[in-house]
Design a protein around this ligand. Structure first.
Ligand SMILES: Cc1cc2nc3c(=O)[nH]c(=O)nc-3n(C[C@H](O)[C@H](O)[C@H](O)COP(=O)(O)OP(=O)(O)OC[C@H]3O[C@@H](n4cnc5c(N)ncnc54)[C@H](O)[C@@H]3O)c2cc1C
Length: 439
């Protein structure tokens, strides 16, 4: 009788966790090794003094097909942001909403002075053009599409005004793509615009870290073993018997290594680590950085933005400010307010200098009232939040089967930089392994 194949998954981000679950569900023996002490990779939440801090500002798009397939959304107890945003500049704030989903905000959207009537019409026709695309990410990000351009060009081609691009799209999509210049591929815009029109953006009541926690439970329930604090140093494919040897950094043996022989390996590490483990040169390693700082305000202070993001029209200061405890009261102790400000890039200023900048931005947006003293309580400077996605990048991304031998890739970098891309990649990698093992 043949023994059950053994598969090792390297990396416990969303891609690795989804791959482990599908592999275990497919009847193979699966171990996932994660080098950090916690799984989740780029999706983490820490809790301190009754506050919840996600690692960088991040949200779940509920319309993403992989999100709907891989997660039990009800169990995540989601707290949704309101559609649209508040556009903020010195001395002025205005509301932009989706009147179909939020009729109460329809009037303020209709008379929003930051958006011209023509742009409002163009948004509607874009909605008609793009709706439904969120259901088919493969078509939007297909490698053989030859009509990729920057987000900026895409909107210019459709007649959107400079004002609309600068006041709304630059800060809103700057926050999504971590690139305020709108030089990211228009496909990210197409896809996320469609996803925003049909679903919401939300966070679990327990923080974004509840997502990998649920995926871990599901992978374990399917039979996978998950080990943290285990770093893989090298992967070697043996021509002789077709197996793969994985060398682990063994901190318990004075910095020595231990080897494990398996039938296949899924490399679900972050892009730079995946490239150095597999040597696949097409794995993108240029990253986009961001800095998110969280602030406490005593008392439940409302910024009159409801559950909407505050977008900064100016490119000086944060790209946006998020009213976390308004969206999810569970993110702060009762009678406390939690806000965050996200800056693009890796900010070198001290935490206090950054807080002063945010304070100055908020005070300029709210000249008529006191905002209160922001107390910085947590700062995340994230060097590699997403891989850079200029036009044309999707034609060059690696396939899950690109490494030599029974070594596979899983990670956002095989599709596009997002929770959707990571989860879908994990599923595709597991499918490829199971197919090849059954031959
Ligand atoms: C600040 C920020 C904001 C974002 N905003 C959004 C958003 O709003 N919506 C959205 O959809 N996406 C967002 N993203 C992107 C999304 O989080 C990522 O695309 C996704 O989480 C990537 O998952 P992954 O599994 O591919 O990789 P990762 O999360 O990078 O996981 C890789 C794992 O491999 C481990 N590893 C690496 N090397 C080794 C080794 N040698 N041995 C063992 N383990 C190893 C790492 O420790 C890590 O846990 C954001 C990301 C960040 C950081």
């Amino acid at each position: 009788m043949q023994s059950t194949p053994r598969v090792l998954v390297v990396g416990g981000g969303l891609a690795g966790l989804v791959a482990a679950r599908h592999l275990a569900g497919g009847g193979v023996t699966v171990s996932l090794l994660e080098r950090r002490d916690t799984v989740g990779g780029r999706v983490q939440t820490i809790e301190r003094d009754g506050f919840r801090f996600d690692r960088g500002f991040q949200v779940l798009f509920t319309a993403y097909p992989a999100v709907q397939r891989e997660l039990d959304l009800e169990a995540l107890d989601l707290r949704a942001f309101a559609p649209g945003a508040t556009i903020a500049r010195p001395g002025h704030r205005s509301t932009l909403s989706d009147p179909l989903r939020e009729p109460r905000a329809a009037l303020s959207t209709l008379f929003n002075p930051d958006i011209t009537v023509g742009d409002k019409r163009r948004v509607l026709s874009l909605w008609r053009e793009l709706r439904g695309r969120e259901r088919d990410p493969d078509a939007v990000f297909a490698a053989d599409r030859d009509d990729d351009s920057t987000i900026d060009q895409f909107l210019r081609d459709r007649g959107f005004s400079d004002r609309f691009r600068e006041r709304f799209v630059a800060p809103f999509y700057g926050g999504i793509t971590l690139d305020r210049s709108l030089s990211t591929s228009s496909r990210v815009f197409e896809y996320t615009f469609a996803a925003l029109a049909s679903g919401s953006t939300a966070v679990p009541a327990a923080g974004m870290g509840a997502i990998p926690a649920q995926l871990t439970d599901r992978a374990r329930a399917a039979g996978a073993t998950i080990e943290t604090g285990c770093e893989v140093d090298a992967i070697e494919h043996r021509q002789r018997d077709g197996a793969v040897t994985v060398s682990l950094d063994d901190s318990h043996s004075d910095g020595g290594t231990t080897d494990r022989d398996v039938d296949a390996v899924v490399v679900a590490a972050d892009p730079p680590a995946a490239q150095s483990l597999t040597g696949v040169s097409t794995i993108p390693t240029e990253g986009r950085a961001s800095t998110t700082q969280y602030y406490r305000l005593s008392g439940r202070t409302t910024l009159d933005t409801g559950r909407r993001l505050l977008l900064n029209v100016s490119d000086d200061g944060p790209v946006h400010v998020a009213p976390h405890s308004e969206v999810a009261p569970e993110y702060a102790p009762p009678d406390e307010t939690l806000l965050s400000a996200t800056y693009l890039g890796h900010r070198e200023e001290s935490d206090q200098e950054l807080a002063d900048r945010t304070q100055a931005a908020l005070e300029s947006w709210y000249p008529e009232r006191a905002v209160g003293e922001l107390e910085p309580v947590h700062t995340d400077r994230i060097e590699f939040a997403q891989f850079a996605q200029p036009p044309g990048v999707y034609e060059r991304l690696p396939d899950v089967r690109d490494p030599e031998g029974p070594v596979y890739l899983a990670g956002d970098y095989t599709r596009w930089s997002s929770i959707q891309g990571a989860m879908e990649s994990g599923r595709q990698a597991a499918r490829a392994v199971l197919e090849d093992l059954s031959r």
